[in-house]
Structures are given as C-alpha cells and as structure tokens.
Design a protein around this ligand. Structure first.
Ligand code: NAD
Length: 371
C-alpha cells in the first residue's frame, strides 16, 4: 500500500471551483481502495494568500510543497489584486514555487479528444486522436541569459540585446526528462533546435546525441530544426510523440500545439524538477494552462477538465499510477462522447452543463469504467 502526499493549492477564481472537482476524484480513488491512497493538504496561494498573509505564498506552504509527492495548482490572480505592489502580486506565489523547487522542465501535452476534433483549426483527420507532449526547458536560454538590455548608441539609435545561453548540464537534464517520459508513452523524442544558425543549437544537438547514446533506454531520437517543427506541427502533427526543446522555441511550439486541440479549458501542464538523489522522485507541480477567469468565476461555468487532466498527469508522471491516469482520460473522453459540454466547448446539438455537472458526469464515468 502506497500513500501519496498531495498539496492542493486552488488559488483564486475558477481555480477554486475546478479544484473541488479534483478533490471529488481523489475521494473516489480513496473510497475505491486498492494499492494507492492519497492524503491531501490544502493551502492558500495567490490573491487569497495575499488577503490572509500579505504574501502570495507563505514559508509554511513552501515547506509543504517541498515535502509533497506532487502539488496540484489551480490558478491565481484577478482584478481584486491589481493594486497590490508588484513584488507581492498573486503570480509571485507561482513564480516562487517554480524557482525555489527548481522546476526546470515544463510539460505541455496536446491531446485531441475525438469528440472535440471539430473545434480544432485543422481538419478532423489531422488531429483526431492526437497525443503530443512538448517538454520545454523553463529556467534557462534566451529569457534569462545575460546581457539582456537596451542601450542607446552614440548616434542616438537604440540597441537591444537578449542572450541565449545553455550549458551541457542544463541540456542533459531536460533531455533526460524527455527520454524518461517517452519511455512511458510512444517511445520517440524529437529534439528541436536551430543548429544551422545558432551556437546554442550546435551544442544542444551535440549534447542530446551524446545523452541519448549514454541513456540506453531504447527511445528513438530524431533531430528537427525548430522552424521545420513548427511547420510539421500544422502539416502532420500526429507524427510526433515527445518534442524536447529550449525555453524560447518551447514557448512558441507549445502554444501552437495547444491550439490544435481547441479550448483553453482543456489544457493541463506540469513543471518538474531534478530527481531526488535517494528516492529518484522529481519535485512536481501540475496546473491547468488557463488563468483564474474572473469573468466567469463563482458562476459554476468553468470547465474543470484542464485541472482534472493536470491531476491525471500527476498520477502518470509523479505517482506511477498510469492505470488510474488512463481511467481519468477515458472518463473524460466518454463524457465528451455523450455530448456533455461546458460553455467554453459548447457545440450545436450538445448538452451544456456547469462545473459541478461536468464533475458529476466524470465521476459517474469513472465509476462505470472501473467496474
Ligand atoms: P484566463 O485564462 O483566466 O481566461 C481567458 C478566457 O478564457 C476568459 O474568457 C475565461 O473565461 C476563459 N477560460 C479560461 N479558462 C476557462 C475554463 N476552465 N473554462 C471556461 N472558460 C475558461 O486568462 P486572463 O483572462 O488573461 O487572466 C485572468 C487572470 O488570471 C489574470 O489575473 C491573470 O494574471 C491570471 N492568470 C493566471 C495564470 C496562472 O495562475 N497560471 C495563468 C494565466 C492568467
């Protein structure tokens, strides 16, 4: 019997409503019994934490985050906290979690449920059944390299500089994540860089090739130029399994891949740190891609699927519970097949439900699929 320690950080706005549905699913698995159980603690983060403690995340919560097997995060922010000083704004809580836990690997899956294939900007046959995972390096590269500045030249013109920097170690650790994940999925990694024009691309290519040789996991490696990767994502996205890339290219490619699948309310993500030396377990935070949606918060309108799917990713990637993760995916797919939709994914001829209604339906499907 394994007991998994989860820290739930619902945050603000629809983060709170969506997390209620995740708690119901956790209770379902606990009630069902089996080899895995969950203990959860819930803490404030973001605006709610500013209201209570005048900081976006407390030191006590950071200690719990450090000790948790996985953190499930809702969303933070909203107009209520627009006036607070920049250093303590709601997003500062999320940034501190990512920075202090050194969550350098950002995972963004792009999964297209057959029932939603018509919501994609691409033709149904190109996206139906799509299941891509983009692994983006999150703490290095162009967004953090120095010098990073705008200077005024002698002739009065301005000159802006961003610097792309990567070390061998930074590249090794992110590609190892990609190889580990691919081994649990379709067994193929595409590594995207621009070695034709960037020195960081040359080093990236070299280190990925060497790490792959040393890895020995049997995962298939393909190299692809990042611009070609963008083109292939819209031409024939189903050729990809895992794509690993740097911070800048990952930012762009993951947004492009996400839009292949339709709505913001459907997109989960994960951020992973280095494996613990003793246990091999990585620090990990799972969260939907969307924000706190103040325009619909508190009205039972939010789509909880992105947060539920984030919990599913925690089962798959942190807790070795792939069977249960598959069960959640199958439950979501079956509810969508039945024609149930929240407002954000509503289509003609379908039945609109609220946040609770979507939660009810997913729980019912879980119960049915697990008998
Ligand atoms: P948003 O993602 O909150 O909302 C964008 C639009 O999508 C809104 O119309 C919203 O109603 C809709 N939407 C988003 N998620 C939905 C869901 N699950 N179901 C149904 N509809 C959904 O982005 P925004 O409006 O730019 O930002 C609102 C607040 O959230 C801001 O304070 C922003 O800073 C914050 N934010 C936080 C995070 C985070 O916590 N990681 C991410 C993005 C934005």
């Amino acid at each position: 019997m394994t007991t998994h320690k989860l820290l739930l950080l619902p945050g603000d706005g629809i983060g709170v409503e969506a997390m209620v549905q995740v708690e119901r699913i956790i209770a379902f698995f606990n009630d069902r019994g089996g080899d895995n159980t969950f203990v959860t603690e819930t803490e404030l983060v973001g605006g709610a934490c500013i209201d209570a403690h005048n900081v976006a995340v407390t030191d006590e919560t950071m200690a719990k985050a450090d000790a948790a097997d996985a953190i499930i995060f809702g969303a933070v922010g909203g107009p209520t906290w627009d006036h607070v000083p920049y250093e303590i704004r709601p997003e500062a809580g999320l940034l501190r979690l990512r920075k202090d836990l050194d969550l350098f690997a950002n995972l963004r899956p792009a999964i297209c449920y057959p029932a939603l294939a018509d919501a994609s900007s691409l033709k149904r046959e190109l996206v139906e059944g799509l299941d891509i995972l983009i692994v983006r390096e999150l703490t290095g590269g162009t967004y953090f390299g120095e010098p990073k500045e705008i200077v005024t030249l002698e002739n009065g013109e301005k000159r802006a500089v961003d610097t792309t920097v990567y070390t061998t170690g930074e590249i090794q650790r992110i590609v190892r994540v990609a190889f580990d994940l691919a081994a649990k999925r379709g067994n193929t990694v595409h590594s995207a860089e621009k070695r034709n024009v960037m020195r960081t691309g040359v080093l990236w290519h070299e280190v990925v090739t060497e790490t792959h040789k040393a890895d020995g996991s049997g995962v298939k490696l393909e190299h692809i130029l990042a611009d070609n990767c963008a083109m292939q994502l819209v031409r024939n996205p189903k050729q990809f399994d895992v794509i690993v890339t740097d911070n800048l290219f990952g930012d762009v490619l993951s947004d492009a891949a996400a839009m292949l699948t339709g709505s913001l309310g459907m997109l989960p993500s994960a951020s992973l740190g280095a494996p613990d030396e003793k246990t091999g377990r990585r620090k990990a935070l799972y969260e939907p891609v969307h924000g706190s949606a103040p325009d619909i918060a508190g009205q039972n309108l939010a789509n909880p699927i992105a947060t539920i799917a984030s919990f599913g990713m925690a089962l798959r990637y942190s807790l070795d519970m792939a069977t249960e993760a598959d069960l959640i995916d199958a439950a979501v797919a079956s509810v969508l097949d039945e024609g149930l939709r929240t407002g954000d994914i509503m289509q003609d001829g379908m039945t609109q439900v609220g946040t609770d209604g979507m939660g009810d339906a997913i729980l019912a499907a879980l119960a049915k699929l697990s008998t």
